[in-house]
Design a protein around this ligand. Structure first.
Ligand code: FE2
Length: 377
């Protein structure tokens, strides 16, 4: 049983204040660049960093579901600066973009050239990840997900050298996160944990992280959604849950929920966390015959007290549906994706590399049925 997480992880309120010390004395680099998005720049979260690193080059054009065109354009400009560290600051998109740019800092060509596992020739630049949402897990995984705009396809670019060198997970950075983003990113983290636990490659170690993550996230997400500023413990538990959910799925896999959400994210630019929240209960219902016993175990860990396993597993699915509703997650119908699109979505989902990790075998037709069920509910 292999468990891998080589990033040096700083976790806790105020850890961001160690940034300069980490860069100067641990990483010992002189020319970092920062990758983020315009929302972060406007939020004022960078104020202290800019004081510590006056004149640092900021690439702030990262969009949700980061696009290959954007990455390639930034890479051209970035290479001229000869950076020795990439800092990714933000949600999943700036972190994934930062990993991709770290790779392109030492390797020629475009990001499309590196789709797949360990396609880089040279070790990427060191990457420092600072998440500002409670969902991505990217700060502790080796994968960067970038949308190939020509193929309308989410590529996975990964390898053992793509882990962040350092991650700073500071729960105070989500203190002003809007409720809508807490809901979608928190439910993305919950999806990571649940899928990791039920996936075929799950191990004892990933199971332990996944169960703990599910408990932490479910115990914290409503309080954080209602009033994150005044819920210190909930902030901390959400960030901790999100990070260890990353440990879990990074060492096992995700399943059919992410296969669908990556497809509709690439095709229609639907936010990743929203898509996961919509499809999680429907994929769990499909998976019931194969894994209701394990799902029941998870249900009992969060206090669901049904005697037989099938009832406990169904109660767990109902709890997730009710939670999505409480947190204002839209219905599939609300996304305005026509039924005529189900064929292409189910084809792309079936072809996703994580389909074989789903606990119950899936054909393209099964994905189609899951989409139909989600649409009608
Ligand atoms: Fe995700």
């Amino acid at each position: 049983m292999l468990f891998h997480m080589p990033a040096r992880l700083y976790f806790g309120s105020g850890e961001i204040n160690n940034l300069k010390l980490i860069i100067d004395e641990y990483l010992k680099v002189k020319n970092p660049v920062l990758v983020t998005d315009k929302g972060i720049v406007e939020s004022g979260l960078l104020t202290n960093i800019l004081k510590l690193f006056p004149g640092i080059k900021i690439f702030d054009e990262i969009e949700p579901n980061p696009k290959s065109d954007t990455i390639n354009k930034i890479a051209k400009e970035m290479r001229k600066l000869n950076p020795d560290l990439i800092i990714g600051f933000g949600g999943g998109s700036p972190l994934d973009a930062g990993k991709a740019l770290a790779l392109l800092g030492t390797n020629h060509g475009s990001i499309e050239d590196y789709e797949g596992k360990e396609k880089y020739k040279n070790d990427p630049l060191p990457f420092l990840a600072i998440p500002t949402t409670c969902g991505t897990g990217s700060e502790v995984t080796w994968v960067s997900v970038i949308t190939d705009v020509n193929r309308k396809f989410k590529m996975s670019i990964k390898g053992p050298k793509m882990y962040p060198a350092v991650s700073i997970v500071d729960p105070d950075l989500i203190k002003t996160l809007p409720p809508k983003i807490i809901a979608s990113t928190g439910l993305d983290a919950l999806t990571h944990a649940v899928e990791a636990y039920l996936s075929k490659p799950a191990t004892l170690i990933t199971d332990n992280h996944a169960v703990k993550a599910v408990k932490l996230i479910l115990g914290a997400i409503e309080g954080a959604y209602d009033d994150i500023e005044n819920h210190h413990t909930e902030r901390e538990n959400l960030m901790y849950g999100s990070t260890i959910a990353g440990f879990a799925f990074g060492n096992s896999d995700v399943t059919a929920v992410h296969c669908i959400s990556e497809s509709i994210g690439a095709l229609y630019d639907i936010p990743h966390g929203v898509a996961n929240s919509i499809f999680l209960p429907h994929v769990l219902s499909y998976n019931l015959p194969e894994c209701f016993i394990k799902m029941a175990t998870l249900a009992r860990h969060i206090g669901i007290d049904e005697k037989d396993d099938m009832s406990a597993a169904k109660a767990f699915i109902q709890k997730i549906k009710a939670l999505s509703n409480r947190l204002g997650i839209p219905l599939f119908k609300d996304l305005k994706i026509g039924k005529d699109q189900f064929e292409i979505i189910s084809k792309m989902s079936f072809e996703n590399n994580s389909t074989p990790s789903n606990p119950r075998q899936l054909e393209q037709e099964d994905y189609h049925n899951i989409l139909e069920n989600a649409y009608e509910s």
